[in-house]
Design a protein around this ligand. Structure first.
Ligand SMILES: [Zn+2]
Length: 143
């Protein structure tokens, strides 16, 4: 790994955090988030899938969250990423899926994260937390 590629990695991680949280909170549509993801290189897509898989893992999702997320994502329940996230416990390793399943994996992960994160905001956070991503400006306020 060279300096340059690790700096690229950081940039992608930062962008991922922003896009995923905006999409999860409805500031951005899932189509818009998916369009961003589809435009990335293969290596960046794998990095994003690892990163978002980490968010979902940290949100301590249940199998029910996984299935609710799949329903919300519009991805078929029989697709590999859907099957993986609905397992109890969920199976991760989305970055290792074939390249043609990356977009589906992204849709599923973002949707499952949205389900788990919405619950966390209602139960634990209640608008008084210090999570920077729970205080994003609404789309209209952005330049
Ligand atoms: Zn919070």
């Amino acid at each position: 790994m060279t300096e340059t590629s690790s700096e690229d990695g950081r940039a992608v991680r930062h962008e991922t955090e922003q896009v995923v949280n905006e999409t999860a909170q409805g500031i951005r549509t899932l189509d818009d988030g998916t369009a961003w993801f589809s435009g990335l290189s293969l290596a960046d897509r794998q990095e994003v899938l690892r990163e978002v898989g980490g968010y979902v893992m940290q949100a301590h999702i249940t199998a029910a969250d996984g299935c609710a997320g799949v329903a919300r994502s519009g991805v078929k329940p029989t697709a590999n990423p859907s099957v993986m996230i609905c397992m109890d416990p969920p199976r991760y390793g989305f970055a290792d899926l074939p390249a043609d399943e990356h977009v589906k994996a992204f849709c599923v992960l973002v949707s499952v994260f949205a389900v788990a994160d919405a619950r966390r905001r209602e139960t634990d956070c209640k608008g008084t937390c210090g999570h920077a991503w729970h205080h994003l400006p609404a789309a209209a306020e952005r330049p």
